[in-house]
Design a protein around this ligand. Structure first.
Ligand SMILES: Nc1ncnc2c1ncn2[C@@H]1O[C@H](COP(=O)(O)OP(=O)(O)OP(=O)(O)O)[C@@H](O)[C@H]1O
Ligand SMILES: [Mg+2]
Length: 242
């Protein structure tokens, strides 16, 4: 069997003495979209924070498998995660508001990716034409939808194998939510694997290869994205309103 690109195994941890994750197992096959859903406080963001050293890890492992080699993600300093192919768009504060749009893209650039800066930037502006006329504007002046596009573009500047997205649709107007999910499909089709956490559970699962329902820091349910999105029990318990 092919090893998944990213494997989270038996992950436990939290903040200080407070344990939030009680043994989380997630597999993200290469080229897939995998979504983690679950109630507020389930520990979804904490999984991403654990990977980035913002939350404590007390047990378990996170591995990225690429080019036949396993890399220990938890042993990798957060600022080196892009070098092993991981890009991250946090739930909040995911752009540098005081910097220009162009500078935000520069910050995301990773020389080790082997791709020229100019070429990567051109491809980002081609992908997000709204940003072209705003290159020299401070990122803080962008609208919510444009900010989210810039946050994605910044993360893509490191040419990641896998993007970790924490609530990419949060705070967006309904029309923009559709655009965002379309954009995630396009990013995935360009060869980037996606692991996301989403409140907009049904929409996210509909575009996902596979989904996990997390509750109280533990795996509760899992399955193909579309089947979870339409499973009456799961819809009723976890996201009946959406
Ligand atoms: N820095 C922190 N210090 C202490 N507790 C925290 C901290 N950050 C989060 N928590 C707690 O950890 C638990 C899980 O939080 P987390 O943010 O991972 O949940 P979530 O599943 O992402 O929820 P949401 O859907 O609201 O984003 C919550 O009870 C939260 O209050
Ligand atoms: Mg969260």
């Amino acid at each position: 069997m092919t090893k998944p690109l990213l494997t989270i195994s038996g992950l436990e941890g939290g903040y200080g003495d407070i344990k939030i994750l009680n043994g989380v197992n997630i597999e993200v096959p290469a080229k897939s979209i995998v979504t983690i859903v679950g109630p507020n406080g389930a520990g979804k963001s904490t999984i991403m924070k654990a990977i980035y050293g913002i939350a404590n890890v007390t047990a378990g492992s996170v591995t990225i498998h690429k080019d036949g080699v396993d890399h220990d993600v938890l042993a990798t300093k957060p600022y080196n995660l892009s070098k092993i192919g991981i890009g991250y768009v946090p739930q909040i504060e995911n752009i540098f508001s005081a910097m220009t749009i162009d500078e935000n893209l520069d910050v995301g650039f990773l020389p080790e990716s082997g791709k020229p800066l100019g070429e990567l930037k051109e491809s980002m502006y081609a992908r997000y034409p709204d940003l072209v006329s705003r290159k020299k504007d401070r990122a803080g002046q962008l609208s919510g939808g444009q900010r989210q596009m810039l946050a994605l573009a910044r993360a893509l500047m490191s040419a990641p194998d896998v993007l970790l997205l924490d609530e990419p649709s949060a705070g967006l107007a309904p029309a923009l939510v559709d655009q965002l999910f379309d954009e995630l499909v396009r990013i995935n089709e360009s060869g980037v694997t996606i692991l996301m956490v989403e409140q907009n559970a049904r929409r996210a699962l509909e575009i996902s290869t596979y989904g996990y329902v997390l509750d109280m820091g533990r795996n509760r349910h899992e399955g193909a994205g579309k089947s979870l999105a339409s499973d009456p029990e799961i819809v009723g318990i976890y996201f009946g309103k959406r």
